[in-house]
Design a protein around this ligand. Structure first.
Ligand code: ZN
Length: 413
């Protein structure tokens, strides 16, 4: 057991000692023990890149990394989009195995397109149990002030405490609620808490990864985390804190209008085309026509993107490990770093979604610090391994751990 219980011993011993008049066994002091467990708080700073952490050195995050557990980089999974990565962090498996393979994708069997948060109305989009579901199943209370799909009833389970996602909820309201949860009586207190900040991601997208606005957003989140920790210290509340981001960020060089590489008439003939900015997913049963489209896309590529039929998908995308083939597209167009596809024009300065092997800018962050966490610097590791750490810190049993999840061995007290 790695959690060291903090024991508050409310003892009648002193009183008993003062009335030592019988030396028999029944005069033993009455001891009441209240065990206080240490909760684990998982924070996501959406879109904070490893490059930005190194370059701008936000005060509190840098200090937490310096005194706690950190890594050269947290490696996101493909595609480096928000929902696939957040869900890999909390399930310990690749997107093809938890089911959310992109922020937007088509399922042939359902004949529906998934969009972010869709598990709220149809939980069957999710094929793997997040850590909070496993926790609740094992009688360990979980709480979430936002995390992708945490407000959905997955596998018949919701966190004991959660909020439906509202983008505009003030960031301090989130951490204030986390403090309130940590102050609950032991029997009601959640042992696993997640929360999430989107302002760094938004500022990056809107103004670019080196913009004053992005730096300001990083400073703001860093300040909020600093205030959160100061408040906890003042209240004498100890936690294990795990801070991650889901992906990095890269400024955009070139925008491709979708109809400039595939004619609208060709799109109309396809079973399905889903434009996902850095990827285009195509489903089409008829191989002959699919090959025609494949060739057309290749001819128009001009080294701005790569085109793959299912049989050519790179192995590290892990799409061959899907629980079912229904949500794996027949063809993927994968944008090269700095390139995006647009079906209709919108203004954006930076993005993510690229294959990590093509650009280090997609690297994310991981910092852990707290009661049970030692000071250590880890080599780069993939975000699917964070799950095993969360399970260990919260004493939640997991069936199978991802290979090499022993990367945290020796890093915990
Ligand atoms: Zn994101």
């Amino acid at each position: 057991m790695i959690i060291q219980r903090i024991k508050f011993v409310l003892s009648a011993g002193i009183l008993a000692v003062s009335v030592v008049c019988h030396s028999s066994a029944e005069t033993k002091p009455v001891i009441t023990e209240i065990e206080k467990s240490v909760s684990t708080v998982l924070i996501s700073i959406d879109g904070l890149s490893n490059e930005q952490l190194r370059k701008y050195k936000p005060k509190n995050l840098t200090e937490l990394a310096k005194t706690g557990l950190s890594t050269e980089a947290l490696l996101p999974v493909y595609p480096t989009k928000t929902f696939p990565n957040h869900l890999s962090i909390v399930t310990g498996v690749y997107p093809s195995q938890h089911g959310i393979i992109h922020n937007k994708f088509y399922d042939v069997e359902k004949n529906q397109v998934y969009s972010m948060g869709a598990a709220g109305t149809d939980p069957s989009w999710m094929k793997a149990k997040p850590i909070w579901v496993l926790a609740e199943e094992q009688g360990v209370k979980a709480a979430s002030y936002f995390w992708p799909e945490s407000d959905a009833e997955l596998f018949g389970v919701r966190p004991s405490y959660y909020f439906p996602y509202h983008h505009d909820t003030p960031n301090r309201e989130r951490t204030n609620q986390v403090i309130k949860w940590l102050e609950l009586p032991e029997s009601q207190k959640p042992k696993l808490i997640t929360t999430y900040f989107s302002i760094v991601d938004s500022a990056n997208h809107d103004f670019g990864s080196k913009s004053a606005e992005a730096i300001e957003a990083i400073t703001e989140v860093d300040t909020i985390i600093g205030e959160f920790l100061t408040t906890l210290a003042a209240k004498n509340i100890e936690i294990n804190l795990v801070i991650v981001s889901d992906h990095g960020m890269l400024d955009i060089d070139e925008t491709i209008k979708l109809d400039s590489v595939i004619a609208p008439e060709a799109v109309a003939k396809l079973d399905k085309l889903v434009e996902g900015q850095t990827q285009i997913f195509i489903n089409h049963k008829d191989c002959a026509y699919l090959n025609t489209v494949y060739q057309q896309l290749k001819n128009n590529a001009q080294e701005r993107y790569e085109v793959y039929l299912k049989s050519e998908f790179p192995l590290h995308w892990q799409l061959d490990k899907a629980v079912s083939d229904n949500y794996v597209p027949d063809l993927i167009v994968n944008a090269n770093p700095g390139v995006i596809f647009q079906t209709k024009h919108y203004k954006t300065a930076a993005t993510h979604g690229y294959d990590l092997k093509d650009t280090d800018s997609m690297e994310a962050i991981f910092i852990a610090n707290g009661v049970n966490i030692k000071h250590a610097r880890l080599k780069k590791f993939q975000n699917i391994h964070v799950f095993a750490l969360l399970a260990e810190l919260t004493e939640v049993k997991i069936d199978k751990q991802p290979a090499s999840s022993n990367i945290f061995k020796g890093a915990l007290k």
